[in-house]
Design a protein around this ligand. Structure first.
Ligand code: AHR
Length: 493
């Protein structure tokens, strides 16, 4: 057993959590849409073909905003194919799939209402440009009296959709992207698209594509060039990151949260460098609109070889360690809540997802569902500045932690023990809150790091309450098992 310490004090804060930090992502990819959120004929489907059993879990997950329709998919997408009565069947080159277009913008907007989430729409800046983005905006948001707004009304929605958050393309720095561009080409296109969209609707929130990962050779330079072109027109730069254990190195995998923090800090530095250079007051914030654990190397070793509709792609089955890493990634986001305003767990159903379905059958929660649901439920309010001290586990301190003070007088400590071998005895000084009371300490861990949830055993891995934590003389004492995700809630009233 080793020891770790930290101090919670409401005098030291980082910032307020934007609820949109708990977003997710629905892409036309594999079975995320088809047999995921949408499956006409399923016993649980409503009159729109939306699976009610999935909707119930999406609400339980606590998702606030959902990005749509891609992802790599969007860079070859014609939005017109997904509205109205004619739905052409097309090739989706991004995922070597057949797209029926049975599901499109109208169906997505109906789904967002049922799910109680805000939409975040991506426009195609790969094969398309300014005009198509403006057309989509007019179709979606203009009240009426124009060709495209009346077209929407004729498709069943007289009320405009009122979509406020728009992503200007997807991963345009990636050579795999349809219509991939240089930073300069993309920066100009993003600036001109944003300018035209704001002429239609000035108060949109616009996200420019940052790099598709911190490991991209152009990371840093890409953001700087894009922002030098588009600084005044956009509000956010995107970040994307996926983590997986490589070469069986689980200790480095558990340090993924530290890598995410370094990535965020570098992106902030780049945004602020351009701000200083252009002598602007406005700050560009971050939209971490794709993040998760993804066993990407497995997918790269087995890419699709045949054109299929809704194939099984990227269907990772997450284990205990994956959930602990997802918890740590959530901690990393919260620790930068002053600048990361939106974030999307990629993705929502079946495709690298917290929720899994069987076509025509059951739905269940993957291990990673739990840390996300707990963080979304208890991570609203003001993030406290937490600076743990702990022995090292590999190259990083064993304890990764943050805390959020809610308006209801609760303080929630989120803590991950990154050691694979040693329990951590945590001593957290909480006396700045007077005499707080422990409401709950729940732990997600398991001696079998490979344990997973399945349709037959859907609750094999979930957070379980522990009753051993205590507060004495203003210090909280808690035991954090090896490789564990911990949520400790205090009542400070
Ligand atoms: O989420 C899966 C894919 O990862 C997305 O389509 C793409 O944007 C990223 O590379």
């Amino acid at each position: 057993m080793t020891h770790a310490t930290l101090t919670l004090d409401p005098a030291f804060t980082i910032g307020t959590v934007d609820p949109r930090l708990f977003g997710s992502f629905v892409e036309h990819l594999g079975r995320c849409v088809y047999t995921g959120i949408y499956e006409p004929g399923h016993p649980a489907a409503d009159e729109h073909g939306l699976r009610r059993d999935v909707l119930e879990l999406v609400r339980e997950l606590g998702v606030t905003v959902v990005r749509y329709p891609g992802g790599n998919f969007v860079s070859g997408y014609r939005w017109e194919d997904g509205v109205g009565p004619e739905r052409p069947v097309r090739l989706d080159p991004a995922w070597k799939s057949i797209e029926t277009n049975a599901f499109g913008l109208g169906e997505f907007m109906t789904w967002t209402k049922q799910a109680g989430v805000q939409p975040m729409l991506a426009v195609n800046l790969g094969t398309r440009g300014v005009q198509e983005a403006c057309d989509l905006l007019e179709y979606a948001n203009h009240p009426g009296g124009t060709a495209l707004s009346e077209l929407r009304a004729s498709h069943g929605s007289r009320e405009p959709y009122g979509i406020k958050i728009w992503c200007l393309g997807n991963e345009m720095d990636g050579p795999w992207q349809t219509g991939h561009k240089t930073a300069h080409e993309y920066g100009r296109l993003a600036a001109e698209t944003a300018r035209a969209m704001r002429m239609i609707e000035p108060d949109l929130e616009l996200v420019a594509c940052g790099s598709s990962g911190a490991g991209m050779p152009t990371f840093g330079a890409w953001e700087a060039t894009v922002l030098e072109e588009a600084y005044d027109q956009v509000d956010y730069v995107s970040l994307h990151a996926y983590y997986e254990p490589l070469n069986g190195d689980l200790q480095t995998f558990l340090a993924s949260g530290a890598m995410m923090e370094a990535y965020i800090e570098d992106a902030i530095a780049t945004c602020d460098h351009v701000r200083a250079k252009l002598k602007r007051d406005k700050r560009i914030n971050l939209s971490f609109d794709e993040w998760n654990v993804w066993y990407m190397s497995r997918h790269q070793a087995n890419p699709p070889t045949e054109w299929r509709h809704a194939p099984r792609l990227l269907e990772d089955h997450y284990n205990v360690l994956d959930a602990v890493v997802v918890g740590s990634l959530l901690i990393a986001l919260l620790r930068h809540a002053d600048r990361v305003k939106m974030a999307c767990l990629a993705q929502l159903v079946n495709v690298i997802a917290p929720i899994v379905t069987e076509p025509g059958g059951r739905v269940w929660r993957q291990t990673i569902f739990h840390p996300f649901a707990q963080a979304s439920r208890h991570g609203r309010g003001t993030v406290l500045r937490v600076e743990p001290t702990a022995p090292y586990a590999g190259d990083v301190p064993a304890l990764h932690a943050t805390a959020v003070q809610g308006e209801d007088g609760t303080v929630t400590l989120f803590a991950v023990n990154r050691s694979l071998t040693d329990a951590l005895e945590l001593h957290a000084t909480v006396r700045a809150f007077g005499k707080p009371r422990i409401l709950e300490h729940s732990v997600l861990s398991d001696p079998d790091f490979e344990a997973r949830n399945t349709a037959d055993e859907p609750d094999r891995v979930r957070p379980r309450p522990v009753g051993t934590s205590a507060i004495e003389d203003g210090v909280l004492h808690a035991m954090l098992p090896p490789a564990s995700w911990n949520v400790i809630r205090l009542d400070t009233r």
